[in-house]
Design a protein around this ligand. Sequence first.
Ligand code: NAI
Length: 247
Amino acid sequence: MSEKRLAVVTGGARGIGRAIVMALAEGGYRVVALDINQEKLEELAGIAHENKLDVLVEKVDITDSETLTATMDRLADDHGGIGALVNNAGITRDNLVFSITDEDFDQVIAINLKAAFVATRAAARSMMRNRFGRIINIASVSGVIGNAGQTNYAASKAALIGMAKSVARELAKRNVTANCVAPGFIVTDMTAVLPEKAKEYAKSAIPMNKFGHVEDIANAVAFLASERASLVTGACIVVDGGQSHSM
Ligand code: NAI
């Protein structure tokens, strides 16, 4: 058994997930990045190796419940349990409510919400056994205040907040915490594709008048995953430059 605790980060290959992987590894976790993007996983493995960080990578499509569960169970068996789980993988299929197809809705729910549930269910077993666990869902400011054009996405993100609060209540006595981090607008590949006009409009709604960076989210996650956050559970840390308070 490894002396280090194991952290699993879904969607860890790039963007916010990658920054979380690096921050948790720097914080003393052995980290496994699960992602569907093999190329980005290999790139991450190379960077982690160069920086002497304890990072493993594994290609998994997290919408495949059986494979995700089997992967989580195997990781728990091989590494003395799962210490932390960060449900970070997420997608958008933005459209106005009357134009969202069943497929757009189902896909967003499958990746953003159902996979987070499946991973949580699997991780909870070893966390309860070990009397230690940190479950952190990456929600979104859209799930807190809503966002035009993101009915499906906002629904999935609000559900992640409700799920964390319920898991927090259920597992509190076993020293397992469950929290959310809700990012505002963060500069990543996901947001790079937005038109300039949409970005300017988004910035004007942020009191601090600036976009966030992946490290802003990774810092909040690193705190919640650490011993320092031992009394924090059922919380949602909003990291958005004040956007959700400015309505
Ligand atoms: P991203 O698109 O750069 O990264 C998402 C990662 O998830 C990718 O590496 C992708 O390959 C992986 N992924 C997608 N589907 C998968 C699947 N079926 N199986 C395994 N891995 C899969 O996105 P970004 O911006 O880094 O976002 C990360 C999280 O933060 C998401 O949950 C997103 O909703 C949330 N978020 C992002 C914001 C932003 O402004 N970028 C704002 C609020 C929340």
